[in-house]
Design a binder for this molecule. Structure first.
Ligand SMILES: Nc1nc2c(ncn2[C@@H]2O[C@H](COP(=O)(O)OP(=O)(O)OP(=O)(O)O)[C@@H](O)[C@H]2O)c(=O)[nH]1
Ligand SMILES: [Mg+2]
Length: 429
Protein backbone atom coordinates (compact mmCIF):
# COMPACT_ATOMS: atom_id res chain seq x y z
CA UNK A 1 0.00 0.00 0.00
CA UNK A 2 2.92 2.33 0.60
CA UNK A 3 5.15 1.14 -2.23
CA UNK A 4 6.22 4.63 -3.17
CA UNK A 5 7.38 5.56 0.33
CA UNK A 6 9.11 2.21 0.62
CA UNK A 7 10.97 2.86 -2.62
CA UNK A 8 12.01 6.35 -1.59
CA UNK A 9 13.41 5.23 1.75
CA UNK A 10 15.10 2.12 0.37
CA UNK A 11 16.65 4.31 -2.32
CA UNK A 12 17.94 6.72 0.30
CA UNK A 13 19.55 3.90 2.28
CA UNK A 14 21.31 2.68 -0.89
CA UNK A 15 22.42 6.15 -1.93
CA UNK A 16 23.96 7.00 1.43
CA UNK A 17 25.80 3.67 1.46
CA UNK A 18 27.08 4.27 -2.06
CA UNK A 19 28.06 7.85 -1.34
CA UNK A 20 30.12 6.89 1.68
CA UNK A 21 31.74 3.97 -0.08
CA UNK A 22 32.70 6.11 -3.07
CA UNK A 23 34.28 8.59 -0.73
CA UNK A 24 36.08 5.82 1.05
CA UNK A 25 37.38 4.39 -2.18
CA UNK A 26 38.75 7.80 -3.14
CA UNK A 27 40.46 8.19 0.23
CA UNK A 28 41.85 4.70 -0.07
CA UNK A 29 43.31 5.41 -3.49
CA UNK A 30 44.84 8.64 -2.22
CA UNK A 31 46.35 6.85 0.76
CA UNK A 32 47.73 4.08 -1.37
CA UNK A 33 49.43 6.55 -3.64
CA UNK A 34 50.94 8.23 -0.57
CA UNK A 35 52.10 4.87 0.71
CA UNK A 36 53.85 4.03 -2.52
CA UNK A 37 55.55 7.44 -2.58
CA UNK A 38 56.77 7.01 1.01
CA UNK A 39 57.94 3.48 0.36
CA UNK A 40 60.05 4.50 -2.56
CA UNK A 41 61.62 7.30 -0.48
CA UNK A 42 62.52 4.76 2.19
CA UNK A 43 63.99 2.45 -0.34
CA UNK A 44 66.33 5.20 -1.43
CA UNK A 45 67.21 6.14 2.12
CA UNK A 46 67.95 2.60 3.26
CA UNK A 47 69.23 0.57 0.34
CA UNK A 48 68.64 -3.14 0.87
CA UNK A 49 72.22 -4.11 0.14
CA UNK A 50 73.49 -1.95 2.96
CA UNK A 51 71.40 -3.70 5.58
CA UNK A 52 73.24 -6.16 7.75
CA UNK A 53 70.95 -9.00 8.57
CA UNK A 54 71.29 -12.36 10.24
CA UNK A 55 70.01 -15.65 8.77
CA UNK A 56 66.67 -15.53 10.66
CA UNK A 57 66.11 -11.98 9.66
CA UNK A 58 66.73 -12.85 6.02
CA UNK A 59 63.82 -15.25 6.19
CA UNK A 60 61.60 -12.62 7.66
CA UNK A 61 62.70 -10.17 5.06
CA UNK A 62 61.99 -12.49 2.20
CA UNK A 63 58.55 -13.20 3.70
CA UNK A 64 57.77 -9.53 3.84
CA UNK A 65 58.99 -9.15 0.28
CA UNK A 66 56.50 -11.76 -0.79
CA UNK A 67 53.75 -9.89 1.00
CA UNK A 68 54.69 -6.72 -0.76
CA UNK A 69 54.46 -8.54 -4.04
CA UNK A 70 50.89 -9.66 -3.29
CA UNK A 71 49.39 -7.00 -1.04
CA UNK A 72 45.83 -8.29 -1.51
CA UNK A 73 46.55 -11.52 0.29
CA UNK A 74 44.97 -11.82 3.71
CA UNK A 75 47.38 -11.22 6.55
CA UNK A 76 48.79 -14.37 8.08
CA UNK A 77 49.40 -12.64 11.37
CA UNK A 78 45.68 -12.46 12.09
CA UNK A 79 45.65 -8.70 11.75
CA UNK A 80 42.99 -7.16 9.55
CA UNK A 81 43.79 -7.42 5.91
CA UNK A 82 43.64 -4.39 3.65
CA UNK A 83 40.27 -5.46 2.41
CA UNK A 84 38.60 -6.12 5.74
CA UNK A 85 36.20 -3.91 7.65
CA UNK A 86 34.15 -1.11 6.20
CA UNK A 87 36.00 -1.01 2.93
CA UNK A 88 39.17 -1.13 4.88
CA UNK A 89 38.50 1.23 7.74
CA UNK A 90 40.55 -0.99 9.94
CA UNK A 91 43.38 -0.75 7.51
CA UNK A 92 47.04 -0.48 8.17
CA UNK A 93 48.64 2.14 6.02
CA UNK A 94 52.03 0.53 5.44
CA UNK A 95 52.60 -2.24 7.92
CA UNK A 96 54.59 -4.41 5.57
CA UNK A 97 57.57 -2.17 4.95
CA UNK A 98 60.81 -3.93 5.64
CA UNK A 99 61.90 -1.81 8.56
CA UNK A 100 58.68 -2.30 10.41
CA UNK A 101 58.56 -6.02 9.84
CA UNK A 102 62.13 -6.47 11.01
CA UNK A 103 61.90 -4.24 14.04
CA UNK A 104 58.45 -5.57 14.84
CA UNK A 105 59.65 -9.18 14.91
CA UNK A 106 62.75 -8.32 16.84
CA UNK A 107 60.82 -6.81 19.71
CA UNK A 108 60.12 -10.32 20.90
CA UNK A 109 63.26 -12.09 19.84
CA UNK A 110 65.96 -9.65 20.75
CA UNK A 111 67.62 -6.52 19.47
CA UNK A 112 68.29 -5.99 15.81
CA UNK A 113 71.39 -4.30 14.56
CA UNK A 114 69.32 -1.29 13.59
CA UNK A 115 68.00 -0.97 17.12
CA UNK A 116 71.42 -1.36 18.63
CA UNK A 117 72.55 1.57 16.56
CA UNK A 118 69.54 3.69 17.59
CA UNK A 119 69.24 5.79 20.71
CA UNK A 120 67.09 3.91 23.30
CA UNK A 121 64.37 6.58 23.06
CA UNK A 122 63.94 5.83 19.37
CA UNK A 123 63.06 2.19 19.92
CA UNK A 124 59.32 1.79 19.59
CA UNK A 125 57.37 -0.48 21.91
CA UNK A 126 54.68 -2.57 20.27
CA UNK A 127 51.35 -0.89 20.71
CA UNK A 128 48.91 -2.50 23.13
CA UNK A 129 46.17 0.01 22.45
CA UNK A 130 42.79 -1.07 21.20
CA UNK A 131 41.78 -0.34 17.66
CA UNK A 132 39.27 2.19 19.03
CA UNK A 133 42.06 4.13 20.73
CA UNK A 134 44.20 3.92 17.69
CA UNK A 135 41.43 5.12 15.48
CA UNK A 136 41.11 8.20 17.67
CA UNK A 137 44.81 8.86 17.29
CA UNK A 138 44.39 8.19 13.58
CA UNK A 139 47.97 7.08 13.00
CA UNK A 140 50.95 5.60 14.68
CA UNK A 141 54.35 4.44 13.57
CA UNK A 142 53.56 0.73 13.57
CA UNK A 143 49.98 0.70 12.59
CA UNK A 144 47.45 3.04 11.13
CA UNK A 145 43.85 2.40 11.91
CA UNK A 146 41.04 4.72 10.95
CA UNK A 147 37.35 4.85 11.58
CA UNK A 148 34.88 6.89 9.55
CA UNK A 149 32.57 9.39 11.21
CA UNK A 150 29.55 10.47 9.17
CA UNK A 151 29.56 14.19 8.51
CA UNK A 152 26.72 16.44 7.40
CA UNK A 153 28.52 16.91 4.10
CA UNK A 154 28.42 13.16 3.48
CA UNK A 155 24.63 13.02 3.54
CA UNK A 156 23.46 16.51 2.60
CA UNK A 157 22.88 15.79 -1.11
CA UNK A 158 21.01 12.58 -0.50
CA UNK A 159 18.88 14.18 2.21
CA UNK A 160 18.01 17.05 -0.09
CA UNK A 161 17.00 14.59 -2.80
CA UNK A 162 14.86 12.68 -0.31
CA UNK A 163 13.15 15.85 0.83
CA UNK A 164 12.23 16.80 -2.74
CA UNK A 165 11.02 13.33 -3.49
CA UNK A 166 8.85 13.29 -0.35
CA UNK A 167 7.31 16.62 -1.28
CA UNK A 168 6.59 15.27 -4.77
CA UNK A 169 4.99 12.26 -3.12
CA UNK A 170 2.50 14.49 -1.29
CA UNK A 171 4.23 14.44 2.04
CA UNK A 172 3.51 17.70 3.85
CA UNK A 173 6.42 20.15 4.00
CA UNK A 174 6.70 20.13 7.77
CA UNK A 175 6.70 16.33 7.81
CA UNK A 176 9.40 16.09 5.13
CA UNK A 177 11.53 18.59 7.06
CA UNK A 178 11.00 16.72 10.30
CA UNK A 179 12.12 13.46 8.70
CA UNK A 180 15.24 15.03 7.22
CA UNK A 181 16.23 16.80 10.42
CA UNK A 182 15.66 13.74 12.53
CA UNK A 183 17.70 11.51 10.20
CA UNK A 184 20.54 14.04 10.02
CA UNK A 185 20.60 14.38 13.78
CA UNK A 186 20.82 10.63 14.14
CA UNK A 187 23.43 9.99 11.47
CA UNK A 188 25.85 12.89 11.70
CA UNK A 189 28.65 12.01 14.08
CA UNK A 190 28.00 8.27 14.05
CA UNK A 191 31.09 6.16 13.70
CA UNK A 192 31.06 3.48 11.08
CA UNK A 193 33.40 0.60 10.51
CA UNK A 194 31.87 -1.19 7.59
CA UNK A 195 29.50 -0.58 4.71
CA UNK A 196 26.66 -2.51 6.32
CA UNK A 197 26.79 -0.07 9.26
CA UNK A 198 25.78 2.79 6.99
CA UNK A 199 22.75 0.95 5.66
CA UNK A 200 21.75 -0.21 9.12
CA UNK A 201 22.12 3.20 10.74
CA UNK A 202 20.27 4.98 7.93
CA UNK A 203 17.47 2.50 8.07
CA UNK A 204 17.22 2.84 11.86
CA UNK A 205 17.24 6.62 11.58
CA UNK A 206 14.48 6.67 8.95
CA UNK A 207 12.40 4.17 10.83
CA UNK A 208 12.67 6.17 14.01
CA UNK A 209 11.70 9.38 12.19
CA UNK A 210 8.62 7.76 10.66
CA UNK A 211 7.56 6.11 13.93
CA UNK A 212 7.79 9.42 15.74
CA UNK A 213 5.74 11.17 13.09
CA UNK A 214 3.01 8.56 13.25
CA UNK A 215 2.99 8.47 17.01
CA UNK A 216 0.04 10.76 17.73
CA UNK A 217 -1.96 10.42 20.93
CA UNK A 218 -5.70 10.09 20.81
CA UNK A 219 -8.73 8.31 22.17
CA UNK A 220 -9.70 4.84 21.11
CA UNK A 221 -13.31 4.40 19.92
CA UNK A 222 -13.45 0.76 20.96
CA UNK A 223 -12.41 1.62 24.48
CA UNK A 224 -15.03 4.37 24.61
CA UNK A 225 -17.71 1.95 23.49
CA UNK A 226 -16.59 -0.72 25.97
CA UNK A 227 -16.60 1.75 28.84
CA UNK A 228 -19.73 3.71 28.01
CA UNK A 229 -22.43 4.13 30.65
CA UNK A 230 -25.73 2.34 30.15
CA UNK A 231 -28.14 4.50 28.18
CA UNK A 232 -25.38 6.80 27.02
CA UNK A 233 -24.23 6.05 23.48
CA UNK A 234 -20.88 7.00 22.02
CA UNK A 235 -21.63 9.77 19.51
CA UNK A 236 -19.45 10.01 16.43
CA UNK A 237 -19.85 12.82 13.92
CA UNK A 238 -18.29 12.45 10.47
CA UNK A 239 -17.17 15.58 8.62
CA UNK A 240 -15.23 16.39 5.47
CA UNK A 241 -15.51 17.84 2.00
CA UNK A 242 -17.72 16.39 -0.75
CA UNK A 243 -17.21 12.86 -1.91
CA UNK A 244 -14.41 11.81 0.44
CA UNK A 245 -16.34 8.76 1.61
CA UNK A 246 -18.20 9.85 4.76
CA UNK A 247 -21.42 7.99 4.04
CA UNK A 248 -19.69 4.79 2.93
CA UNK A 249 -17.40 4.99 5.97
CA UNK A 250 -20.41 5.22 8.30
CA UNK A 251 -21.75 2.00 6.78
CA UNK A 252 -18.33 0.39 7.25
CA UNK A 253 -18.03 1.53 10.87
CA UNK A 254 -21.51 0.20 11.64
CA UNK A 255 -20.42 -3.14 10.12
CA UNK A 256 -17.12 -3.13 12.01
CA UNK A 257 -18.79 -2.59 15.40
CA UNK A 258 -21.64 -4.95 14.59
CA UNK A 259 -19.01 -7.68 14.24
CA UNK A 260 -17.74 -6.74 17.69
CA UNK A 261 -21.29 -7.12 19.03
CA UNK A 262 -22.21 -3.42 19.25
CA UNK A 263 -25.34 -1.75 17.92
CA UNK A 264 -25.38 1.49 16.01
CA UNK A 265 -27.98 4.09 15.06
CA UNK A 266 -27.36 6.21 11.98
CA UNK A 267 -28.37 9.89 11.84
CA UNK A 268 -29.08 11.00 8.28
CA UNK A 269 -27.90 14.55 8.92
CA UNK A 270 -26.95 15.25 5.33
CA UNK A 271 -30.24 16.91 4.54
CA UNK A 272 -28.54 19.13 1.99
CA UNK A 273 -27.49 17.02 -0.97
CA UNK A 274 -30.10 15.50 -3.26
CA UNK A 275 -30.19 11.74 -2.89
CA UNK A 276 -28.09 11.75 0.31
CA UNK A 277 -30.92 10.49 2.55
CA UNK A 278 -31.81 7.72 0.06
CA UNK A 279 -28.16 6.70 -0.22
CA UNK A 280 -27.63 6.23 3.50
CA UNK A 281 -31.05 4.64 3.95
CA UNK A 282 -30.03 2.07 1.36
CA UNK A 283 -26.88 1.19 3.33
CA UNK A 284 -28.72 1.07 6.66
CA UNK A 285 -31.39 -1.23 5.25
CA UNK A 286 -28.83 -3.56 3.74
CA UNK A 287 -26.99 -3.78 7.03
CA UNK A 288 -30.10 -3.96 9.21
CA UNK A 289 -29.06 -0.85 11.14
CA UNK A 290 -31.61 1.63 12.50
CA UNK A 291 -31.64 5.01 10.73
CA UNK A 292 -33.19 8.26 11.94
CA UNK A 293 -34.10 10.64 9.11
CA UNK A 294 -36.16 13.74 8.37
CA UNK A 295 -37.12 15.40 5.13
CA UNK A 296 -34.55 16.84 2.77
CA UNK A 297 -33.71 20.40 3.85
CA UNK A 298 -34.57 19.73 7.51
CA UNK A 299 -32.28 20.88 10.32
CA UNK A 300 -29.38 18.41 10.47
CA UNK A 301 -28.85 19.15 14.17
CA UNK A 302 -32.44 18.10 14.89
CA UNK A 303 -31.91 14.79 13.06
CA UNK A 304 -28.77 14.12 15.09
CA UNK A 305 -30.56 15.01 18.31
CA UNK A 306 -33.37 12.56 17.53
CA UNK A 307 -30.85 9.81 16.76
CA UNK A 308 -29.17 10.32 20.12
CA UNK A 309 -32.54 10.21 21.91
CA UNK A 310 -33.37 6.98 20.11
CA UNK A 311 -30.02 5.41 21.10
CA UNK A 312 -30.51 6.45 24.71
CA UNK A 313 -33.98 4.98 24.81
CA UNK A 314 -32.91 1.70 23.20
CA UNK A 315 -29.51 1.54 24.88
CA UNK A 316 -27.65 1.44 21.58
CA UNK A 317 -23.89 1.64 21.67
CA UNK A 318 -23.12 4.13 18.94
CA UNK A 319 -24.70 7.05 17.11
CA UNK A 320 -23.13 7.61 13.71
CA UNK A 321 -23.90 11.08 12.38
CA UNK A 322 -23.57 11.56 8.63
CA UNK A 323 -23.13 15.16 7.48
CA UNK A 324 -23.20 16.92 4.14
CA UNK A 325 -19.91 17.32 2.33
CA UNK A 326 -18.79 20.93 2.50
CA UNK A 327 -15.90 23.04 1.42
CA UNK A 328 -14.20 24.75 4.28
CA UNK A 329 -14.90 28.03 2.48
CA UNK A 330 -18.68 27.61 2.65
CA UNK A 331 -19.54 29.67 5.72
CA UNK A 332 -23.20 28.61 5.98
CA UNK A 333 -22.40 24.92 5.87
CA UNK A 334 -19.51 25.32 8.29
CA UNK A 335 -21.91 27.09 10.70
CA UNK A 336 -24.42 24.29 10.27
CA UNK A 337 -21.73 21.80 11.27
CA UNK A 338 -20.93 23.84 14.38
CA UNK A 339 -24.62 23.78 15.29
CA UNK A 340 -24.76 19.98 15.14
CA UNK A 341 -21.76 19.93 17.44
CA UNK A 342 -23.43 22.31 19.92
CA UNK A 343 -26.67 20.37 19.98
CA UNK A 344 -25.40 16.82 20.41
CA UNK A 345 -21.87 17.28 21.84
CA UNK A 346 -20.31 14.40 19.93
CA UNK A 347 -17.73 12.30 21.77
CA UNK A 348 -15.61 12.42 18.67
CA UNK A 349 -15.61 14.48 15.51
CA UNK A 350 -14.01 12.39 12.82
CA UNK A 351 -12.53 14.01 9.76
CA UNK A 352 -12.93 11.77 6.71
CA UNK A 353 -10.26 12.50 4.12
CA UNK A 354 -9.55 11.05 0.69
CA UNK A 355 -5.98 9.71 0.64
CA UNK A 356 -5.80 10.23 -3.12
CA UNK A 357 -6.02 13.98 -2.71
CA UNK A 358 -2.72 13.99 -0.82
CA UNK A 359 -1.78 17.38 0.51
CA UNK A 360 -5.28 18.77 -0.03
CA UNK A 361 -6.63 16.21 2.42
CA UNK A 362 -4.08 17.40 4.94
CA UNK A 363 -4.89 21.08 4.44
CA UNK A 364 -8.62 20.46 4.65
CA UNK A 365 -8.16 18.48 7.85
CA UNK A 366 -6.41 21.53 9.23
CA UNK A 367 -9.32 23.79 8.29
CA UNK A 368 -11.96 21.47 9.74
CA UNK A 369 -9.92 21.16 12.90
CA UNK A 370 -9.77 24.94 13.23
CA UNK A 371 -13.49 25.29 12.57
CA UNK A 372 -14.98 22.55 14.66
CA UNK A 373 -12.18 20.64 16.39
CA UNK A 374 -11.29 17.21 15.03
CA UNK A 375 -10.57 14.28 17.35
CA UNK A 376 -9.54 11.63 14.86
CA UNK A 377 -9.10 10.88 11.18
CA UNK A 378 -10.31 8.24 8.78
CA UNK A 379 -8.42 8.16 5.52
CA UNK A 380 -10.39 6.57 2.68
CA UNK A 381 -9.33 5.10 -0.66
CA UNK A 382 -6.00 4.00 0.79
CA UNK A 383 -6.42 0.92 -1.43
CA UNK A 384 -5.95 3.12 -4.48
CA UNK A 385 -3.26 5.37 -3.05
CA UNK A 386 0.26 4.21 -3.83
CA UNK A 387 1.96 7.37 -2.66
CA UNK A 388 1.07 7.34 1.02
CA UNK A 389 1.88 11.02 1.50
CA UNK A 390 -1.41 11.85 3.20
CA UNK A 391 -1.25 8.82 5.48
CA UNK A 392 2.22 9.82 6.59
CA UNK A 393 1.44 13.49 7.09
CA UNK A 394 -2.13 14.05 8.15
CA UNK A 395 -1.97 12.89 11.77
CA UNK A 396 1.23 14.77 12.45
CA UNK A 397 0.02 18.01 10.90
CA UNK A 398 -3.14 18.25 12.97
CA UNK A 399 -1.81 16.17 15.84
CA UNK A 400 -4.81 13.85 15.81
CA UNK A 401 -4.54 10.12 15.20
CA UNK A 402 -5.60 8.22 12.12
CA UNK A 403 -8.20 5.79 13.46
CA UNK A 404 -9.07 3.72 10.40
CA UNK A 405 -8.15 3.35 6.77
CA UNK A 406 -10.77 2.79 4.11
CA UNK A 407 -9.43 0.11 1.81
CA UNK A 408 -12.17 -0.55 -0.74
CA UNK A 409 -15.82 -0.07 -1.53
CA UNK A 410 -17.28 -3.01 0.37
CA UNK A 411 -18.65 -2.74 3.92
CA UNK A 412 -15.81 -4.84 5.28
CA UNK A 413 -13.15 -2.73 3.59
CA UNK A 414 -12.01 -0.87 6.64
CA UNK A 415 -9.03 -1.50 8.86
CA UNK A 416 -7.90 -0.12 12.14
CA UNK A 417 -4.83 2.02 11.66
CA UNK A 418 -1.78 1.15 13.72
CA UNK A 419 1.42 3.18 13.28
CA UNK A 420 3.58 0.06 13.73
CA UNK A 421 1.75 -1.59 10.88
CA UNK A 422 2.53 1.31 8.56
CA UNK A 423 6.18 1.32 9.63
CA UNK A 424 6.26 -2.40 8.84
CA UNK A 425 4.70 -1.84 5.43
CA UNK A 426 7.44 0.65 4.63
CA UNK A 427 10.46 -1.02 6.19
CA UNK A 428 9.42 -4.68 6.24
CA UNK A 429 10.86 -7.23 3.86
N1 LIG B 1 -11.77 2.54 -3.43
C1 LIG B 1 -12.42 3.10 -2.42
N2 LIG B 1 -13.51 3.84 -2.66
C2 LIG B 1 -14.16 4.39 -1.62
C3 LIG B 1 -13.69 4.24 -0.29
N3 LIG B 1 -14.53 4.92 0.52
C4 LIG B 1 -15.46 5.47 -0.26
N4 LIG B 1 -15.26 5.18 -1.54
C5 LIG B 1 -16.06 5.58 -2.71
O1 LIG B 1 -16.07 7.00 -2.76
C6 LIG B 1 -17.28 7.45 -3.33
C7 LIG B 1 -17.89 8.54 -2.47
O2 LIG B 1 -18.30 7.98 -1.27
P1 LIG B 1 -19.40 8.62 -0.33
O3 LIG B 1 -19.48 7.77 0.88
O4 LIG B 1 -20.67 8.87 -1.05
O5 LIG B 1 -18.72 10.01 0.00
P2 LIG B 1 -19.32 11.20 0.85
O6 LIG B 1 -18.20 11.83 1.56
O7 LIG B 1 -20.42 10.74 1.69
O8 LIG B 1 -19.82 12.16 -0.29
P3 LIG B 1 -20.81 13.41 -0.10
O9 LIG B 1 -21.97 12.95 0.71
O10 LIG B 1 -21.20 13.78 -1.48
O11 LIG B 1 -20.04 14.47 0.55
C8 LIG B 1 -18.16 6.22 -3.47
O12 LIG B 1 -18.12 5.78 -4.79
C9 LIG B 1 -17.50 5.20 -2.57
O13 LIG B 1 -17.73 3.88 -2.98
C10 LIG B 1 -12.50 3.45 -0.09
O14 LIG B 1 -11.99 3.26 1.02
N5 LIG B 1 -11.91 2.91 -1.18
MG1 LIG C 1 -22.35 11.45 1.94
Amino acid sequence: MFESLKKKFTGTIGKISDKLSEEEEAEKAEEESKVSEETSVEEVAVPKEEKIVSGDEKELLSESEEKKASPEEPSKTGEPSKKSGFMGFLRRSKPETETEMVSGEKVSSGETLEETLKEPSEIKEPSEKSSEELSEEKSGPLSFIRQKTISEKDIDDVMFELELSLLEGDVAMEVAEKIINSVKEDLVGRKIKRRSDVAEFTREALKKAISNILDVEGRDIKEMVENREKGEPVKLMFVGINGTGKTTTIAKIATYFMKEGYKSVIAASDTFRAGAIEQITHHADKLGVKIIKHQRGADPAAVAYDAVEHARAKDKDLVLIDTAGRMQTNVNLMDEMKKIKRVVSPDMIIYVGDALTGNDAVEQAHKFDEAVGVDGIILTKADADARGGAALSIGYVIQKPILFLGVGQAYEDIMEFKPDWMVDQIFGE
